[in-house]
Design a protein around this ligand. Structure first.
Ligand code: THU
Length: 139
């Protein structure tokens, strides 16, 4: 079931949450701090940040931390995702995160990518990951 498009105020709140959350990143190796904020179907915001490790390859991206936190909190239906970092243009989610997003979200799932300078980019999931791997078609 398609959920209605978000209003401007909700997008703003979600972007603010992602920007705030990036300050909690544990990124001593790259110095690249990322925040993610997921809006659930029932209107909650669940956030994540990247968590790096001295064994570099164990690093968790902000988006996957947000999704895992949501699932662990019993949430699996999402309306939108905001992702924040300092870079210009704003950060595009990596391929691994896109595949994890695609596990729970349909092709038209809306994302906003933001940075502290106020730049915003809007995408649908299929813009960033067309033809995602799926075992079955999402309803
Ligand atoms: N990172 C994310 O958190 N999300 C992405 O989609 C790409 C990269 C993090 C991982 C690492 O801590 C830092 O950015 C630099 O790669």
């Amino acid at each position: 079931v398609a959920l209605p498009e978000l209003d401007t105020e909700t997008w703003k709140q979600l972007a603010e949450s992602a920007l705030e959350q990036r300050l909690r990143a544990h990124a001593p190796y790259s110095g690249f701090r990322v925040g993610a904020a997921l809006l659930t179907a029932d209107g909650q915001i669940i956030t994540g940040c990247n968590v790096e490790n001295a064994s570099y390859g164990l690093t968790l991206c902000a988006e996957r931390v947000a999704i895992a936190s949501a699932v662990a909190a019993g949430q699996r239906r999402f309306r939108a995702l905001a992702i924040a970092a300092e870079t210009s243009p704003p950060p595009r989610p990596c391929g691994a995160c896109l595949q994890v997003i695609a596990e729970f979200c349909s092709e038209d799932f809306p994302l906003v990518l933001v940075n502290g300078a106020g730049e915003r980019e809007r995408y649908r999931l299929a813009d960033l990951l067309p033809h995602a791997f799926r075992l079955k078609t999402l309803e």
